[in-house]
Design a protein around this ligand. Sequence first.
Ligand SMILES: [Zn+2]
Length: 409
Amino acid sequence: MNQQTLSSPENANWNYPTDILFGVGRVNELSAICNNKQIRNPLLVTDFGLANFDFIKDIKTSLKDSNLNCEVFCEVKNNPNGQNIAKGVIAYNAGGHDGVIAIGGGSALDAGKAIALMVGQSHSIWDFEDIGDNWLKVNERNMAPVIAIPTTAGTGSEVGRASVIVDEEKHLKKIIFHPNMLPATVILDPRLTQDLPPHLTAATGLDAFVHCLEAYCAPGYHPMAEGIAIQAMTLIKTWLPIAFENGSDLDARGHMLTASCMGATAFQKGLGGVHALAHPLGAIFDKHHGLLNAIILPFVLIKNRLAIEDKMTNLCAFLSIDVEVKQSGFDAFLNWLMDFRTSFGIPNSLSEIGIEEKEMKRIGEMAFADPSAQGNPISLSPEEYAEIFSCAVKGDLQFGRESSRSKGK
Ligand SMILES: [Zn+2]
């Protein structure tokens, strides 16, 4: 199907994977949702940079007009840390709040979800890291309800059951998980994303693309996740360039919000080596998560090549990427991807964003230990992750190509 022929998205209500209200202006229904959920005094968790934006003030006014009490908590770093969450829990309890409205980019949504998890727990947040059965330690009844409203289209955190929080003492990004961290209600209002500048539109949109691609390539039987991932990639291929060129195109913004949501729904199947590397790099160098993913992606694909050749050939058909005679589907996809990335001004190497080739060994070990690594199509050693990191710093796309050529493609 030609995505360009899809009509403009209109209002829609979905309850997969949670309740989702989609449509321009639907943030105006927030007071009604709070009333419905019997939330009378929400804590509004947002990014520091958004707290003074007009739409936050408008939301506060409309909640107050509906006799709802509301306070704003915005001490949330770009990569939210344990201290941010602890302060949010103090604010929640001090204000006698009874629910969380998380509004903003992935950082605000992750922070809001983690605060809602932690408001009634006796354990440390790190006891709920996504390892084994840790989530069973959570006192579920004390978790606060969350309404999530993304203002970027990338992380899909609004439909995720986990938050990525930095353990500042250990300089580690940790995934905090409980199935009930999935927000009860999500509002996807394209208008809230239209002021996102082009470079962030690109970085977040490509993060969503990587979620889909890693989920699609992750091993395991999950045709539902793969179908969602493929359709979201077709949306991103068509609409990200339009959202990048013209941020006020609400059709494009709407499709990107939906694709972002779909990416996070799909990656319940698994992520992979790109995220396994981006998590430690984000924790150590404090760079934008989507930008890191966008730069690292081709290097991980090349390393995984032999395991994903057939999937890439199929993907070219799904995404209408031309494969020339005697060209492998993998090479056709990689060439398209490099052009797609360049069209948004994404650099070819990590060195171009100030990341040097240091701490290779540590980064390799951290990537190997990252839970996302379990979704990679092949098992990579710490040394192999260190090698991918080294090539990504230099922008050396030739590595690993010899072995793939020897397959005679
Ligand atoms: Zn991501």
